[in-house]
Design a protein around this ligand. Structure first.
Ligand SMILES: [Zn+2]
Length: 192
């Protein structure tokens, strides 16, 4: 299922959960990119993976093209988008087809991965003098905003900047909760 989030205030309800080692990333909010007109589609989308990979269809507000969304069968850490004009080439997959397939890997786009989480853990450990701030979560799933809040409290960060951080040139804006996380990473110089 993929659906435009009409009210931006609801965007924050779309949880992003993961394990401390960066595995089992479960993303429910995504931006969209139209490979037909090469623009980020306006707004953000509520996303839930589909069992047989067929997530759903959205349309580009710039050129009107239908964009088909698919996922890997068992995980919600990526989404693939391909505009209607390219889907007929699906049966004879060539380079053209692959070039027009938009792959969104959330570990990269949202910078929620083993590298950033390990560096965060290291910083917290140094600052608090306590071992394993993150490992306390162990096998539990962490929610992104909760982690941002707990980290800010632990490190006495009272206010985060609200800079619009770009991690992928296809997207000029990312969901608010992700942008908060990216601002935290930037303040801590985990990302540049
Ligand atoms: Zn378009």
């Amino acid at each position: 299922m993929i659906m435009l989030i009409e009210n931006p205030a609801r965007e924050i309800d779309c949880e992003i959960t993961f394990k401390v080692d960066g595995s089992s990333l479960n993303v429910t909010v995504t931006p969209a990119y139209c490979a037909s007109c090469r623009n980020q589609v306006d707004g953000f989308f509520h996303y839930q993976r589909a069992n047989y990979g067929q997530v759903g269809t959205i349309s580009c507000n710039h050129c009107g093209m239908e964009i088909h969304c698919t996922n890997r069968d068992s995980s919600q850490d990526a989404i693939f988008m391909i505009p209607e004009i390219y889907t007929e080439k699906w049966s004879y997959v060539g380079d053209d087809h692959l070039r027009s397939l938009v792959e969104i890997d959330f570990q990269d786009l949202y910078q929620i991965n083993s590298r950033t989480l390990m560096e965060l853990e290291k910083l917290l450990q140094e600052a608090l003098g306590e071992a394993n701030f993150l490992s306390a979560f162990d096998q539990e799933e962490i929610e992104l905003l909760a982690l941002v809040e707990q980290t800010c409290t632990a490190l006495n960060i009272t206010e985060l900047p609200n800079e619009n951080i770009i991690t992928d040139e296809r997207f000029h804006q990312l969901p608010a909760n992700v942008n908060k996380w990216l601002n935290l990473l930037q303040v801590l110089t985990i990302i540049k």
